[in-house]
Design a protein around this ligand. Structure first.
Ligand code: HAM
Length: 426
């Protein structure tokens, strides 16, 4: 039997088709340029890690570890997980390769991450993050640098209306005091809370702060404020950061309700959001995580970073009309019969050597059909190679974007002719 049910991609995991790629590449190129202007270096880590890495870093009580990880046992019985984020992997790699030994590191990465969330627009099960991690500096200088870098990226991508919110979670002790006060307050109003928040009250009361339920948000309006609990040192770092942002004209709002969904954060946290993408409004988020290196077995190293959802960023550039068009070939080589294939391919290779982007016809077809393909490709010029051209050692050159006539050019003069008559970048 031939055929059967066709196999489809996994829900929430998308193919990026050739038509999508120019937009991705344009954003990736801008990212590479921006990070290089701040001295950040790329790191690439595996997409699969030991499950324990994420349990120990992101935290057992978080949504990610509790219900969103793709975890499986391999043939050795080891529990492995498709990475839901890359901060933990960067720290693991930093410790493993001695990158944090008496040195600081400015790192960046870009790649697929995996979370078993309910897919919807802007939220996927395989998505891509660009992230940076600055390991070895206690801040707030490097925190400001990270925020400058993000703002520069939005500017270079032509994106406006992205709002930066910042907060500080304070030290572990301060957060502990705040957690107790918050739990006590919320416990006194437990009957009014939604089911999810009630469950969180036991495990991770801070997570209730970003509940989307309107009634819970009303109750939170009278809750204790985190900023009243933080130590002087954290307060002063937070003030200095705000001064550095103002000095550079980076706009921000302080949001004392901003807590993050991962347990490793300490001190300053932040999030960039937009109102142009509907429910999935977070473009980029991060903060300090001064305890993580030690928690994962290294020495105590202060650190901060962020990660940005590329699907959301690219959708924003699309909405803003900043999409990069596909790059057409410069030259299309029409090959009119079997005997001319070697010659047509020969010309194509020579032109590629000279720096042109060349598509040579494959699969035969009459001249008319090939010229239609050439035209559709967006190429500036077509070359025609057939038996007549073989005999005369010439090639026919047909401009595709002007009304100029087709001319016959001698083999040895082709490069000079193209250079003189066509304005093609090589
Ligand atoms: P996160 O807030 O979990 O932080 O994710 C960062 C960004 O990734 C989000 O703001 C969003 O743009 C994007 N994102 C997250 N989940 C999805 C999804 N299911 N579909 C599409 N986009 C998504 C982290 O991952 C931390 N590692 C950030 C960090 C780096 N903190 C310090 N260094």
């Amino acid at each position: 039997m031939v055929g059967g049910n066709s196999i489809r991609s996994i829900r929430g995991m998308n193919d990026l088709l050739p038509a999508d790629i120019p937009a991705w590449q344009a954003v990736e190129d801008t990212i590479r340029s921006v990070v290089s202007h701040y001295g950040y270096q790329e790191i690439r880590t595996p997409v699969i890690e030991q499950t324990e890495l994420f349990q120990r870093s992101i935290g057992e009580g978080t949504d990610i570890v509790e219900k969103e990880m793709y975890t499986f046992n391999d043939n050795n019985g080891d529990s492995l997980t498709l990475r839901p984020e890359a901060t933990a992997s960067c720290v693991r790699a930093g410790i493993e390769h001695g990158l944090l030994h008496n040195q600081s590191q400015r790192l960046w990465y870009l790649g697929p991450m995996f979370r078993h969330e309910r897919p919807q627009k802007g939220r996927y099960r395989q998505f891509h993050q660009f992230g940076i991690e600055a390991l070895g500096w206690p801040g707030p200088d490097v925190d400001a640098e990270i925020l400058y870098l993000g703002s520069r990226l939005w500017r270079q991508l032509g994106l406006n209306d992205i709002v930066l919110e910042i907060n500080t979670l304070g030290s572990a002790q301060a957060r502990g005091r705040f957690r107790s006060a918050l739990s006590e307050y919320l416990a006194s109003r437990i009957d009014e809370l939604d089911t999810d928040s009630r469950r969180r009250l036991q495990q991770n009361p801070l997570r209730i702060l970003d509940s989307k339920v309107a009634r819970t948000q009303e109750i939170l309006a009278d809750a204790p404020d985190l900023l009243d609990f933080i130590d002087d040192e954290d307060c002063s770092s937070f003030e200095i950061l705000q001064g550095l942002l103002r000095a550079a004209g980076v706009e921000f709002q302080v949001n004392s309700r901003l807590v993050r969904g991962l347990d490793y954060y300490t001190g300053i946290v932040f999030e960039w959001t937009t109102d142009q993408l509907g429910a999935q409004n977070a473009i980029c988020a991060g903060g300090r995580y001064d305890g993580l290196v030690e928690q994962l077995g290294g020495r105590s190293v202060p650190a901060a970073g962020f990660a940005c959802g590329l699907e959301r960023l690219i959708e924003l550039t699309r909405l803003g009309g900043h999409l990069a068009p596909p790059v057409p070939p410069d030259i299309w080589v029409a090959i009119v019969d079997q005997a001319a294939i070697a010659s047509g391919f020969g010309y194509s290779e020579k032109l590629r050597d000279a720096g042109y982007k060349v598509v040579a016809n494959c699969g035969g077809g009459g001249l008319k059909k090939q010229m239609r393909r050439a035209d559709g490709s967006g190429a500036l010029v077509a070359l025609v190679v057939g038996t007549e051209e073989l005999r005369t050692q010439c090639v026919s050159v047909k401009p595709l974007r002007t009304n100029a006539p087709q001319v016959s050019v001698a083999d040895g003069e082709l490069l000079a002719h193209l250079k003189q008559h066509f304005d093609m970048e090589q």
